[in-house]
Design a protein. Structure first.
Length: 155
């Protein structure tokens, strides 16, 4: 990756860290989950308000390192307006990108591409994945008819 691209990605991550998106409480929560990464102390709480199978609004409160907070902020920004199926595909693509698996060729990640640099720092991959894993666990619990998802722990 070129130095200019590294700088751009770093700028995007820092913008999300300094000014996190989705940090407002929702009138109605259809999906709620919490997660933590005990290795570095990151904690996240997230909630979705749905309109049918589409994400109407997103709440994300993340306390932790810059990578974790930025990833949660990006999740809040990108998932709003998407269907739950689209959200699951995005989450799977992020996981693949960060763990070195094949990313679908048609994936248009936009600013989420900034997270790709995290894979250079294996200890930070779990920080970047915490919000996405917490969201996926909540969606899977909902699909199984469970009212509450088990808390997510990235170790």
């Amino acid at each position: 990756m070129s130095d200019n691209l590294d700088d751009l990605y770093r700028d995007i991550l820092m913008e999300h860290y300094r000014f996190p998106r989705g940090h407002h409480h929702l009138e109605h929560e259809d999906i709620h989950n919490e997660g933590q990464n005990p290795t570095c102390g990151d904690e996240i709480e997230l909630a979705l308000e749905l309109e049918g199978d589409r994400v109407k609004d997103v709440y994300v409160s993340c306390m932790g390192c810059a990578v974790s907070v930025a990833s949660g902020s990006m999740l809040a920004e990108v998932t709003k307006g998407k269907t739950l199926e689209e959200v699951k595909k995005i989450a799977a693509t992020i996981k693949a990108m960060l763990t070195g698996e094949a990313v679908p060729k048609d994936a248009d990640l936009g600013d989420l591409e900034a997270l790709s640099g995290v894979k250079k720092f294996p200890v930070r991959v779990k920080c970047a994945l915490l919000s996405w894993t917490t969201l996926v666990n909540a969606l899977e619990a909902r699909e199984k008819g469970k009212e509450k998802a088990p808390s997510t722990t990235e170790q």
